[in-house]
Design a protein around this ligand. Structure first.
Ligand SMILES: Cc1cc2nc3c(=O)[nH]c(=O)nc-3n(C[C@H](O)[C@H](O)[C@H](O)COP(=O)(O)OP(=O)(O)OC[C@H]3O[C@@H](n4cnc5c(N)ncnc54)[C@H](O)[C@@H]3O)c2cc1C
Length: 522
């Protein structure tokens, strides 16, 4: 029996805790309440083959196309072939997917060759999954610590039976709560702390999404991969705290119009509003720049009030809560940071480059999404790899985990952390200024000049003094570090591919179809 600490209570952390608690002593740490996570807000659903007219081979092919030449094929194979089994696990844990007769109801989403997206409560899939898994974890003997913040991952260096090479390995975690900072010893840490949408001024992600786990892993010495690839969703409601307006709304016939009332997407792509996500997002952004930063409008009025409230109950409720009636009036929308393809590099069992440290869910870079994620594959990735990580507990840690994915050359970029940690200089970072700069310079379209000026500003900031930090200060320190990692990686990738678009390198370069890795300089 191992002492396992799980960080995060989205789908990945909850599955990991529920499954690990069957054989191990588990402590679950989460920085807000158990139900607060990206998972809770997921709308469209979870992709998996569940019908005779669909095949795993086709799900694999669709995922590889979306990944723009950068997927790790073994990870994609695992994702799509093990997905249906993990859906059965979710059902056994109480997730009530919508049905049509005996079968799962299946939605069709962009770039899927078949209708294979399972959903719950219409567009409330994430809440359905989160509520069932929160109840499931509470029914186990997992020790749960809510409102407790992962600060750092502790490592120690000694040879063990399982790692004769004597590499540094996990010893526990430093956490922060109302009583201050304390240490929790562990044999295994499973990081499931999600992405970092809060790096950008516009995001569909909730406030907890500040990349703390990725930053802690980087400080501990873990290798990160693909961090330059961020997916920007074209349509979030342009209100404080943004709210995702699902692609399915455009799929049903809603159109985008500019301040002059013109449908601008028709001139930009033959598929107009249903062009690939990155093209629609960039189309909206250039309209916004041309109209002084004003959001564009999504016109769903032709769909009718009763259809909108039945098909999109959550979005209808969100519009109402902001005083908007989308059945009668077009609503303001903007692109927004949505999903991080990059993260802590793992192998196909969730193992990172630090023995004892697993990373699962959005915090990880398994290679399953490559340079761009296929819609509804992220909830699937979370359950497939959380299950795999738990089933791997107790196994020896191979010396090359997870390096097989990027070959023998080791990390390509090294970050000098002394530049952002403990630097005596200048000004304490301002979150809104950082988010605005990242949105403007490292968002939908990047150039060498904007990336370099961003790095200059990042180097002119420092985090607050660790001795006086509260939750938001720890988060700001992490956001500053990740802004540096993302910007340096974006600067180093001299091409456009998937979620990374360089105005100065607009083409995809086949010679660069490999992951870019980054680690702490030692
Ligand atoms: C609006 C929206 C709609 C989406 N729709 C879909 C969809 O339809 N289909 C799909 O597949 N994907 C969708 N996604 C993406 C998907 O929801 C996420 O990728 C997925 O839920 C990630 O799960 P996770 O468990 O890895 O992380 P999360 O669900 O983000 O959970 C992370 C957890 O870690 C905790 N945490 C973070 N930092 C710390 C810290 N320092 N200390 C302690 N705890 C910490 C958080 O509080 C949270 O509980 C959507 C995302 C959003 C935002």
């Amino acid at each position: 029996m191992s002492r396992v600490v799980v960080i995060g209570s989205g789908i990945a952390g909850l599955i990991a805790a529920v499954e690990a608690s069957r054989h191990h002593s588990v402590t679950l740490i989460t920085k807000s309440n158990l139900a607060e996570s990206n998972t809770h807000y997921a709308q469209g659903g979870i992709a998996a083959v569940s019908s005779d007219d669909d095949t795993v081979a086709e799900h694999i092919a669709d995922t590889l196309v979306a990944g723009a030449g950068l997927c790790w094929p073994e990870a994609v194979d695992v994702l799509c072939s093990e997905g249906p089994g993990r859906i059965n696990d979710l059902v056994a844990l109480g997730v009530d997917f919508d049905r049509q007769g005996e079968q799962f109801a299946r939605g069709l989403e962009a770039a899927h060759s078949h209708a294979r997206v399972l959903h719950a409560g219409g567009d409330a899939t994430g809440a359905g999954i989160s509520n069932a898994l929160v109840a499931a974890v509470r029914a186990t003997n997992t020790e749960i610590h809510e409102h407790t913040f992962l600060v750092d991952i502790a490592i120690e260096k000694h040879a063990t039976e399982k790692d004769a090479a004597g590499r540094s390995q996990v010893a526990g975690v430093h956490v922060f709560d109302t009583t201050g900072t304390r240490f929790i010893a562990a044999d295994i840490v499973i990081l499931a702390s999600g992405g970092a949408g809060q790096l950008f001024r516009h995001t569909t992600n909730p406030a907890v999404t500040t990349g703390d786990g990725v930053a802690a892993a980087l400080r501990a010495g873990a290798v990160l991969a693909d961090v330059e690839f961020y997916q920007f969703h074209p349509t979030a409601l342009a209100v404080p705290g943004s709210f995702l307006i699902s692609e399915a709304v455009r799929g049903e016939g809603a159109v985008l119009i500019n301040a002059a009332g013109e449908r601008f997407m028709k001139a930009l792509h033959p598929m107009a509003e249903l062009a690939p996500r990155d093209i629609v997002a960039r189309g909206i952004q250039s309209q916004m720049m041309a109209q002084g930063g004003q959001p564009v409008l999504l016109d769903a009025t032709a769909l009718g009030a009763s259809f909108l409230s039945e098909r999109f109950p959550s979005i209808s409720a969100a519009c109402r809560s902001y005083g908007l009636n989308w059945a009668t009036t077009p609503i303001p929308v903007t692109p927004a940071a949505h999903y991080w393809m990059g993260g802590v590099a793992t192998d196909d069992w969730g193992r990172t480059s630090i023995p004892g440290l697993y990373a699962v869910g959005e915090v990880a870079s398994t290679g399953a999404h490559g340079a761009n994620r296929l819609a509804s594959n992220s909830l699937l990735e979370s359950i497939v790899f959380a299950h795999r990580a738990v089933s791997n507990l107790g196994q020896p840690w191979p010396e090359d985990a997870p390096a097989a994915r990027w070959g023998a050359q080791g990390p390509l970029l090294e970050l000098d952390l002394t530049e952002t940690v403990g630097r005596p200089s200048t000004q304490v970072v301002d979150r809104v200024e950082l988010q605005t700069m990242m949105w403007d310079n490292v968002g939908l379209a990047r150039t060498r000049t904007t990336l370099e000026s961003t790095l200059d500003q990042i180097h002119a900031w420092r985090p607050a003094d660790p001795a006086h930090r509260l939750f938001p200060d720890w988060e700001d320190a992490n956001l500053l570090l990740l802004a540096q990692a993302l910007t340096e990686s974006a600067l180093a990738r001299h091409e456009s591919r998937g979620g990374h678009y360089r105005l100065d390198y607009p083409e995809t370069n086949p010679a660069l179809a490999r992951p870019l890795t980054i680690a702490r300089k030692v």
